[in-house]
Design a protein around this ligand. Structure first.
Ligand SMILES: [Zn+2]
Length: 348
């Protein structure tokens, strides 16, 4: 399909999606109660000396800190307006918004990118530019190719050779002696029907910076297990991070990891399009048995960035999502629904 035809088809699909979203919102599903989901307002970050602090940044973005070790995943603040992506305009990085809301960058050991869509990757080069050259950006092969004209090759890591696939294999990648990640091959939930927009893999380095929506191709999706380690290399905190919903068993940790008896302290789960894939999030929750859950990517990422207000994504039904979660998890397991800038503190 030519770029032009694909653009027209996708633009029409978005219009259909938004029309459906309006109907859904009018029916009230976008304003469902949050029941046992615990809202978290934006607030200054608590200390993370012995605890793990996890902050929701907006869309699939998260910030994790334990002691002097920190990590960013899919940091995204620019929130380009809907008209810019639908009409193929260049998507702008809003440096002033990022600078106003970016958490402390000291101790950040790396930036993880789950896939190449703009709401996961647009702001990554600007943020990487604020970090020392030794701090690298990690993703599937599409990510280094997407950023080839913007960031030095030495700062870009293709995790493809290290991925666990279909419950097997995978290797730890150490960001520092105290922080390691396990990348896992996953999938992107469809936007409409069985269609995932901009889902190509980018297999060669781009010669120019990505600009319009269709430059931001997803490539292979990744989920991650993130381990914060103590001085004796024992796991202090384990986090599962998924910034796009996937069908049951796809993107799950490999069997060898699920069998190592180290508890999952926190599951960071994508709420967007949760009902476009089978068995989500019941399957992954059953497999992980997490001590706590944080729901991310639940809000409209085309509204101006705000830590005060956010509107749920079209079709987001929190009551239904909660029921799915509670069909697997005991009521005593906290499930957090943070505002942008909201954080939780995990203790041992
Ligand atoms: Zn995406």
């Amino acid at each position: 399909m030519t770029h032009g035809r694909r653009w027209i088809r996708t633009s029409l699909s978005w219009l259909v999606l938004l029309a459906g979203a309006c109907i859904s919102a009018c029916n009230g599903s976008a304003h469902s109660t949050t029941g046992s989901l615990q809202r978290v307002a934006s607030a200054p970050l608590p200390p993370a000396d012995q605890s793990l602090v996890v902050q929701f940044l907006g869309a699939g973005g998260v910030y994790l800190r334990q002691g002097d070790q920190a990590l960013l995943g899919d940091p995204f603040f620019s929130n380009p307006p809907l008209s810019h992506w639908i009409f193929g305009r260049p998507l702008q990085v809003k440096a002033d918004v990022i600078d106003a809301h970016l958490p402390p960058m000291n101790g950040v050991q790396g930036i993880l990118v789950g896939h190449g869509h703009f709401d996961h990757a647009l702001d990554v080069p600007y943020i990487a530019g604020k970090l020392p050259d030794s701090v690298r950006v990690y993703g599937s092969e599409t990510i280094p190719n997407l950023f080839a004209a913007i960031l030095p090759a030495a700062r870009l890591v293709d995790l493809t050779p290290h991925m666990a696939v279909a419950g097997e294999g995978g290797q730890w990648v150490y960001l520092s002696p105290r922080l390691r990640i396990l990348p896992i091959q996953s999938q992107h939930s469809p936007h409409v029907g069985d269609v995932v927009f901009a889902s190509d893999r980018i297999t060669h380095p781009l010669s120019r910076a990505p600009a319009a929506m269709f430059d931001w191709q997803a490539g292979t999706n990744l989920t991650f297990v993130i381990d914060f380690l103590d001085a004796a290399q024992q796991v202090k905190f384990r986090v599962f991070y998924q910034s796009s919903a996937s069908p049951d068993t796809v993107g799950f940790p490999p069997d060898w990891l699920l069998a190592d008896n180290i508890p999952v302290d926190l599951a960071l789960l994508c709420a967007a399009n949760y009902n476009h894939v089978d068995g989500y999030p019941e399957g992954i929750l059953k497999a992980l048995k997490p001590r706590q859950v944080m729901l991310i990517h639940w809000e409209r990422f085309w509204d101006d960035y705000s830590t005060e207000t956010a509107t749920p994504l079209p079709g987001m039904d929190f009551a239904d999502l909660e029921a799915r979660i509670r069909s697997v998890l005991e009521p005593s397991v906290p499930v957090w629904l943070p505002m942008r800038g909201g954080s939780i503190q995990l203790e041992h």
